[in-house]
Design a protein around this ligand. Structure first.
Ligand SMILES: CC(C)(COP(=O)(O)OP(=O)(O)OC[C@H]1O[C@@H](n2cnc3c(N)ncnc32)[C@H](O)[C@@H]1OP(=O)(O)O)[C@@H](O)C(=O)NCCC(=O)NCCS
Length: 172
């Protein structure tokens, strides 16, 4: 389990899909994921099951997020394998319950997940992909120090591809 000042980052249990369901069915959360369509129950179950497998296989996952001292599941942030235009990578990603947006929580969790990826997990490169109009998510990437790499088409949508490399020197 990882922690930050305000958050706990934990692996998933299969039964967590129920607590995650309000987030995966909220049109505000799903706006840049599906165009606002809620995930059906089976997809939510499958995604949570997938995260248990990712954790078992790699030792990281899209960590489930809880505020420290509370039981409420408020979203996820972490790492998982990703294939973009035929290239395999490890991506960092984040979804948060809308009542908690704008408090720096995604950035706080992602900093910890990124650091863990580069140190404990020994990764050399972590990428992030967002819809090109998703200003909040792109801002999180920038705050983490990821750099723009290229435009891509991801799941049929025009997207931007950012990346961070371990021990990479800032340009200049
Ligand atoms: C993306 C998401 C996780 C951000 O969570 P968050 O906790 O609000 O993020 P943070 O507070 O750490 O940072 C958000 C930054 O984006 C900025 N931002 C938010 N909305 C913005 C907008 N419409 N235009 C420009 N900047 C925006 C905030 O001001 C903040 O930057 P700042 O600290 O420099 O002011 C949250 O919006 C979310 O869950 N969205 C739905 C799921 C999703 O789309 N996930 C990403 C898929 S790629």
């Amino acid at each position: 389990m990882l922690q930050t000042e305000r958050l706990r980052l934990e692996p998933w249990q299969e039964e967590d899909w129920q607590a995650f369901r309000p987030i995966a069915t909220d049109p505000r959360v799903m706006h840049f994921i599906t165009g606002g369509e809620p995930w059906p129950e089976e997809q939510t179950r499958r995604w949570v099951r997938w995260q248990t497998i990712v954790y078992w296989r790699f030792g990281f996952c899209m960590w489930k997020l809880r505020p420290r001292g509370e039981d409420r599941l408020i979203g996820f942030c972490g790492l998982q394998p990703l294939l973009v235009e035929g290239q395999a990578d490890i991506e960092i990603g984040w979804w948060l319950a809308p009542d908690l947006w704008g408090k720096g929580l995604a950035t706080e969790a992602a900093r910890r997940a990124l650091e863990d990826g580069f140190t404990r997990c020994g990764l050399h490169r972590i990428v992030a992909v967002a819809h090109r109009d998703h200003a909040a998510s792109i801002q999180v990437m920038k705050k983490l120090g990821l750099r723009y790499d290229r435009d891509v088409v991801y799941r049929g949508t025009p997207s931007v591809f950012y990346l961070a490399e371990h021990n990479a020197r800032p340009p200049g």
